[in-house]
Design a binder for this molecule. Structure first.
Ligand code: PAF
Length: 278
């Protein structure tokens, strides 16, 4: 497995690869969800295809009071996960390699980014779009895979690819969950044992909400159950249209029930499908 630290190294290696190049961008601290993404990438690449993973904790998608400095960076373990899951190359640039100090060009998606996480994390999706656009230009993948746990991110990036004509096919991969239903996330390690035990109730609350008929009852049921979790503080619980991310007006349309919840100091996000009902 090739490990490239510079853009030049990655580009020189990439030049020799023909056929499908399936890309899995990550910020490292890889867990079972990432391993599943890389295995899915391996399958999608097919015989003769290539799987590239990037590991880069992207400073410009973190707010000033967020966890950029403390974000886990277990590189040795991450490389082992990539190797076992079937990556051909891992791109591990430094912030200096990726960004000029006087950078002045960003990629800004202005519609889908405005709600949900975009409300409480201003500038977050601008940072995500900018780094993913840069990574696409460096790696030049034919396909890219993203986890559905970050549903809004997936929708925003699909829009970026559509509007800017990136020649990349973007696909989502279903959320991988722990046995009690908690969505796997690099931030789960921040939870203390009692928070960890309570965290699975977020997914249970979403499932209970999804069983209701009207979008308002879906939201109110999930919100009530999440509010009852000791120490939980709701950032948002919203039923939205699966593609436009606008508030879901009827269960006739494909929806997503999405939540962001603080458990202690840890902000967890999750979402589940709201399939259209007759
Ligand atoms: O989902 C993530 O890990 C990040 O937001 C991404 C897509 C790698 C961009 O930094």
């Amino acid at each position: 497995m090739k490990v490239a630290k510079s853009i030049a190294q990655l580009r020189a290696w990439r030049k020799r690869r023909l056929g499908r190049v399936v890309f899995v961008p990550t910020m490292g601290a890889l867990h079972a969800g990432h391993a599943a993404l890389v295995r899915a990438a391996r399958k999608l690449a097919g015989p003769g295809g290539t799987v590239v993973v990037s590991i880069f904790v992207n400073p410009i998608q973190f707010g000033p009071k967020e966890d950029f400095a403390s974000y886990p960076r277990p590189l040795k373990n991450d490389l082992a996960v990539c190797r076992t899951a079937g990556a051909d190359a891992v791109f591990v640039p430094s912030p200096q390699e990726m960004y000029f100090d006087d950078r002045s060009v960003f990629v800004d998606e202005s519609l889908l980014s405005a709600s949900l996480c975009g409300q409480s994390r201003p500038g977050h999706f601008r940072g995500v779009c900018t780094v993913v656009a840069k990574l696409f230009l460096i790696v030049q993948p034919t396909h890219a895979l993203f986890g559905e746990k970050d549903w809004q991110q997936l929708a925003v990036l699909r829009r970026m690819v559509r509007d800017l004509n990136f020649p990349v096919e973007v696909a989502g991969h279903p959320t991988v969950r722990e046995s009690d239903g908690l969505a796997t996330s690099s931030r789960n390690v921040y939870l203390n044992p009692s928070e960890r035990a309570l965290a699975s109730r977020i997914h249970a609350a979403l499932l209970a909400g999804a069983g209701k008929k009207s979008p308002t009852t879906v939201e109110s049921t999930a919100s009530r159950l999440i509010s009852a979790i000791p120490g939980a503080r709701i950032d948002y619980v919203e039923a939205v249209h699966a593609e436009t991310l606008q508030p879901l007006t009827s269960r006739k349309f494909p929806g997503r029930l999405a939540a962001a919840v603080f458990l202690g100091a840890t902000r967890l996000i999750d979402n589940i499908p709201l399939p259209p009902t007759p």
